[in-house]
Design a protein around this ligand. Structure first.
Ligand code: GCB
Length: 733
């Protein structure tokens, strides 16, 4: 008995032991003043990174914790940091052991040789700006902190590799032969033992490092319908063991037909996600990740762009389990830094090393809108070539892509570097009209029929407090966002060649530099609010188009209760093909259709509206009011300009602000007036105007916008708009 107990103890000691260091941390801005008690995960920007003003604390902070004797037991001891934003240094008993640059990947360091009787672990973490670690310029808050938890890993002397780029120590490459439904699975391991036992699908092989397995009648990882996962386990004679799940699937892209999963057409339609939450910043719990995934499943998306950096392993796991095809990327974003090349390569190496086994990942994203604030020069091209080559050298099984900014010329040499391309386009929001998106892709596809192209970002901000019966670009209304997405959904459905489309963004997220649309510090392009409590109408549009499982009807405009028109539009989003509308209990009409159903109803007083589909219904109350409800209007000054302009008053034989800039410019007199006006505006705006002037793509795009739209975009007041219109109306076409 005694012997047995001793023997077991020894066995336990020998095995891998992982201890989450959650409690007992002291925290502070100075090493000699760590007075706050915190638990991990933790960020110091949970509040100031979300309240606007771009003034959140960006500097160095310190974390410290004593390690107990039990925690440090074992032959070899490693520290695992799953995310320290953005750079970190680890000290044990005052001795610096390592430095890590990059806030989104895991890193480990061995503690064994620095252990003493009593052990004090200190980690300094900095999110201060610098010139070599990405990201430095981007539209999201760079939260600082140990936001993904820290573990101690004790292993026997013979163990799997832990240090190199945060490797899991095991790499699984399944190759699927669809014709025979067989998979050849190669498992590679890294360790310091003479042999390893590798088990896959009930078969164990003792090898030095690598083994190959054949799986007959392979059960495919088949997207959202059937995301089947296998497990590979590797065990050393010392008892150290690692395991990983993997999935057997193949994908490819076709320039005409888009994305294919396991040989069948599988258009990737989904959303992007940032890893933060109102009140918590990026210090998310497993439950937070799982709650996000539940919303993604409810929406019916089959793909996620995990922007703009490496996400938590727990989240890639959830994508594996739910069959979500993922675009994974590094934060090489907005602005190319001359001193940043090595950091991009390091972050990509870590991303691929740490995420390789996830079947969900289909593509590696090299960069995002990198030419937004940088010219396409040799240094930038070389950086992309090196990243692309690194991806292929580490992972010949996946494609590379990048997210291009709208003003990048489609013949730019940078587009030839990644395997497949994608554009972020915001026509109909920041600039231009909705239809320009359609035109952009048509032009691209006609000019480059052999290139695979996707739509990596599109969206419009909406604050669900704002409403309008005449929604317009820039009004932040829930209704404009819904209209915007109705257009995009149709545009996408008509272009099956788009290999993937990703709404920007599933959730509102923190961008502390923003102050707009009635909120401080938030990008409100989410289909769901930052605290996840409210699904905006546009959410249900995509749910109606993508989620075919549970029938539902959704009445739009539920928050738009007070309306002052005599007749109002009732819009229903539904995945059923027939919707009946009842007003105050009386049936108004039944409509057959798909996704979007609209009804006009007279508005007399307060009405109970009820929509019914097959086995589902939704209700709301709206009422007629005499004056517009001011609380629904974001920019009251701009709103007064809206709709003052009646088309009947315009003499169509003369120019007006309803003509496009291109049409006006083609006329010498009208063109000269507009150019002079714009030159004056430009001299007041400096940099931005120069960027527009020098950019042919932007120029072309502006040429297609109406003068009215351009003026509103530029924030012109009602009087100057009317003034220009009067002048243009004096010039015959
Ligand atoms: C972009 C960026 C993304 C921004 C988004 C926006 O193109 O890639 O990071 O948040 O636009 O909302 O402006």
């Amino acid at each position: 008995m005694r012997f047995l107990k001793k023997h077991c103890m020894k066995e336990i000691r020998k095995m891998r032991n992982v201890t989450a260091l959650t409690d007992g941390w002291r925290f502070g801005k100075r090493r000699d003043e760590m007075t706050d008690c915190v638990t991990l995960p933790h960020t110091w920007n949970a509040l100031d990174g979300q309240d606007g003003g771009n003034d959140y604390y960006r500097g160095t902070c310190w974390y410290a914790r004593e390690l107990s004797g039990a925690e440090t037991a074992g032959e070899r001891l490693f520290l695992e940091v799953n995310g320290a934003a953005m750079t970190a240094e680890v000290y044990l008993n005052g001795k610096k052991l390592t430095r890590h640059e990059g806030g989104y990947s895991c890193f480990r360091v061995e503690l064994t040789q620095a252990l003493e009787q009593n052990n004090l672990l200190e980690i300094s973490v900095s999110n201060e700006d610098n010139t070599s670690v990405y990201p430095q310029k981007a539209d999201f808050t760079f939260y600082g902190g140990l936001y993904r938890g820290v573990n101690l890993i004790s292993v026997p002397a013979e163990h799997f590799e832990l240090l190199k780029d945060g490797t899991p120590g095991i790499k699984v490459t399944p190759v699927v032969h669809l014709e025979t439904m067989r998979a050849t699975v190669t498992v590679e391991t890294w360790h310091n033992a003479p042999s390893v036992d590798i088990t896959v699908n009930g078969e164990t092989k003792r090898v030095e490092r690598c083994a190959q397995f054949e799986i007959d009648h392979v059960h495919l990882w088949d997207g959202v319908d059937d995301p089947y996962l296998y497990t590979a386990v590797a065990k050393l004679p010392s008892g150290d063991e690692v395991s990983t799940r993997f999935g057997c699937r193949v994908f490819h892209c076709n320039p005409e037909k888009g994305f294919f999963l396991n040989g069948r057409s599988y258009p990737l339609r989904g959303v992007s996600r940032h890893q933060d939450l109102k009140g918590k910043g990026n210090a998310l719990s497993y439950e937070d990740h799982a709650a996000d995934m539940a919303i993604i499943r409810e929406l019916g998306a089959n793909t996620l762009r995990l922007a703009h950096y490496q996400h938590a392993q727990a989240f890639y796991d959830l994508c594996d389990e739910n069959g979500i095809v993922v675009w994974a990327e590094i934060p090489y974003i907005t602005m190319h830094m001359q001193n940043g090349r090595q950091n991009t390569l390091n972050q990509m190496r870590e991303l691929i090393t740490q995420c390789y086994n996830h079947p969900c990942i289909a593509v590696w994203g090299l960069s995002n809108e990198i030419t937004a604030a940088s010219p396409v020069n040799e240094d930038l091209l070389e950086n992309h070539r090196l990243l692309h080559e690194l991806c292929h050298q580490m992972d010949p099984t996946r494609l590379t892509t990048m997210a291009d900014v709208f003003m990048l010329e489609i013949d730019s040499p940078i587009l030839e570097i990644p395997d497949i391309n994608s554009y972020n386009l915001y026509f109909g929001w920041y600039l231009g009209e909705l239809e320009q998106t359609d035109e952009f892709f048509d032009e691209y596809h006609a000019k480059y029929p052999n290139r695979v192209i996707g739509f990596s970002e599109y969206g419009a901000d909406a604050n669900p407090a704002y409403h309008s019966s005449h929604p317009e670009k820039g009004d932040y209304s829930e209704e404009y966002q819904a209209l915007y997405h109705e257009h995009m959904l149709r545009m996408i459905e008509q272009r099956p060649y788009l290999w993937a489309t990703h709404v920007w963004n599933l959730f509102d997220f923190a961008a502390d530099g923003r102050d707009e649309g009635g909120k401080h510090g938030e990008n409100q392009k989410g289909l769901v609010t930052f605290d996840r409590s409210l699904r905006k109408d546009a959410f249900y549009l995509y749910k109606a188009a993508w989620n075919k499982k549970a029938p539902f009807v959704h009445l739009c405009g539920k928050r738009y209760t007070n309306r002052c028109e005599a007749e109002t539009e009732i819009k229903v989003y539904s995945n059923t093909d027939e919707v009946t509308l009842y007003v105050d209990g009386t049936k108004l009409a039944t409509q057959k259709g798909r996704t979007v159903f609209t009804f006009q109803i007279p508005l007399l007083g307060e009405h109970l509206i009820r929509a019914e589909g097959e086995g589902c219904s939704d209700t709301m109350v709206i009422r007629r009011v005499s004056e517009p409800d001011e609380s629904y209007i974001f920019n009251k000054a701009a709103a007064s300009v809206t709709n003052w302009f009646d088309a009947d008053e315009i003499d169509q034989s003369c120019f007006s602000i309803n003509d496009t800039l291109g049409e006006i410019r083609a006329h010498p007199q009208a063109g000269a007036i507009v150019d002079a006006m714009m030159a004056k505006g430009a001299s007041e705006r400096g940099d931005v105007a120069d960027a527009v002037k020098d950019n042919p793509a932007l120029q072309r795009m502006m040429g297609r916008m109406t003068m009215l739209s351009l003026l509103k975009q530029g924030g012109a007041d009602e009087e100057s708009i009317k003034q220009l219109n009067r002048i243009l109306q004096g010039i015959k076409k």
